[in-house]
Each structure stands twice: as C-alpha cells, then as structure tokens.
Design a protein around this ligand. Sequence first.
Ligand SMILES: *Cc1c(COP(=O)(O)O)cnc(C)c1O
Length: 335
Amino acid sequence: MAFALSNILAARKTIAGIADATPFVPSPFMTEKTGTEFLMKLENMQPIGAFKLRGAVNAVMNLPEDVAGVTCCSTGNHGRGVAYAAAHRGLRAVICMSSLVPQAKVDGIRALGAEVQICGKSQDDALAESLRLVDSDGLVEISPFDDPHVIAGQGTIGLEMLQARPDLGTILVPLSGGGLAAGVAVAAKAINPQIRVIGISMDRGAAMHASVAAGHPVEVEEVASLADSLGGGIGMDNKLSFALCRDHLDDIVLVTEEEIYHAMQVLFYEDRIVAEGACVVGIAALLSGKLAALPGPIGTIITGRNLDMGMFHRIMAGEDIRLGDTMVKGRAYGT
Ligand SMILES: *Cc1c(COP(=O)(O)O)cnc(C)c1O
C-alpha cells in the first residue's frame, strides 16, 4: 500500500478533538548548548501521557461498525492509547504485555477499563498472545507501529511541528518500531524535502538500526533500558514501518544508558519536564556530540511521561540504577 501525506491529512481530521494538538516549546538550555534554536513537541501532555494516542485513535476509529473488540501487544503506551480509544468507542480491549513492562504502565492501562495479559519476557511473546486472541475471540489486532492508520496518526505530529515552524531544519525522533519516525518523516519531507529527520535509539537492542543496516528486518535481543518504551523488535514480516524508515530517515544514531540517564536529568533540572527515558534520546545524542553539525532550528519529540516515579526519583538524586544484568552508574546533576 502506498503511504503518503494524504493518509496523514485524513488522520488529522479523524483524531481531532480526541488526541490533542500539543505545545511546541523552546528549550533555552539546549538552544545555548547547541548554538541553534532547539524546540520540544510536548506529547507528554496528551490525555494518556504519550503520543501513541494519535495512532491508536486513528486505527480504532477506522474499524468497521460490527467489530468485536481490539487487542495489541505493547511496551505500555500503545496499550494505553488503544485502551483509551476503545473506551471512547465502547469496545472491548485486551492488551498483551511482557513482564519487562513497568508496573506503572500496567496499572495505567487497567485504570482505563482494558483487560491486561502479561505473557513472557519479550514483545514477541506478547504479540503471539495478541494474535491468539484474534483467532479465539475475533478481536482485531492493532500493531503498535506497523499499521498505516497508526503511522498516519503519529505523522500528525510532523504536520503540527512544520505548521508551527516551517523553518525547522532537523527533527530528532525517538525510534523503536518506527511508526513515529515513519509518519513524522513522511509528513515533514512532504512539506519540506530538505529537512533532515534522524532516528535515535538506545545502543542495546536497537532493532530498526540493526535491520536498516542489514537491509531487512532482523531480531535483536531485548534487554532492560532506561528507554523502556524503545524496546522490542520490528517484526520479521514487517510490512510498512521498516521500508518507510529505511527510505525516509537520514540517519539512525544510538545512545548509551549513561547518556540517557544524564539527558533525563537535563530535561528535568533545566526544563522542569518529567518524561520517560525514551523521550530524551535526541537530547542525549546532541549532548554526547554524536550528531555532526545539524541544520537548525532543531525539533525533538518528548514522546511520553509514563514512567516509574521511584526510578525517576533515584535518577534525579544521582543514584545507581540496576537494569537487569547491568548497572547504570549514577551521578548527581551538575557534579
Ligand atoms: C512507542 C514509543 C516510542 C517509539 O515509537 P515507535 O513508533 O515504536 O518507533 C518512543 N517514545 C515513547 C514514549 C513511546 O511510547
């Protein structure tokens, strides 16, 4: 299926009034650090605390009248989006998640009235359960990233960013399954073909990075990360998000857990924003010097705020963080 700006313009109409247009605000600190204006699209302000509401609403609103209900696998935020969208339409929702998903996200989804199934240790295990429910209960599966309606919904972020700032030179996009990056890149490049769109992932378990490098979808080992929302594979039979990311992203850059840790402190202490590790990978890449001089102004997307507050407190206090089999060395901000 051809995917283009027209899909994203249609999505904008469908989601209007359910998923909100969000503020696009400057960061004085990052502007000074980078020497070019730096802006942040605050998707942490969405009703479910993450941008995934856009794609989920667009997908759910496009389902036929007589659908029995919906299911999905999720690292947390897509499940929350699907649960919210299903409740909006009065549909049953069953969200399948691996045991790596933080409890705060599980609780958030149950609070929206959806059923939650914890299955296995990876996104692949969760997906298998979701597909089983398609067969047994007649539910429709909504992919977190590999679905044209989902990608179109996420792409509305790119439309809003370019509408607010047609002069934008670069967009830094947190990258996992690539639904967000694909939609934003298609929207932004349709409006300004010169703009640079760069995907950023954590350096352990970056499935899209490994897949684009290999020229086809590959499996990566999923490990715990401060950027837990960026975990998971891209699907070995990926239909759309892989090709769109391969064709439309100018580069994919990886950051370490220590760089994510520091960038979370920067976003909180400098900009007073509470956000997930996944949101700060663009800031982390810039501060680590991993991005060569980029055309400005630079925009990034603060993708969500659904994090474990105990973990957040420990990072802000500069404590060490244990992630599965590794330790992220802590450091008090400004020392
Ligand atoms: C899902 C998610 C991402 C990555 O989006 P993809 O479309 O999977 O690349 C980034 N940040 C947050 C907070 C997310 O929930």
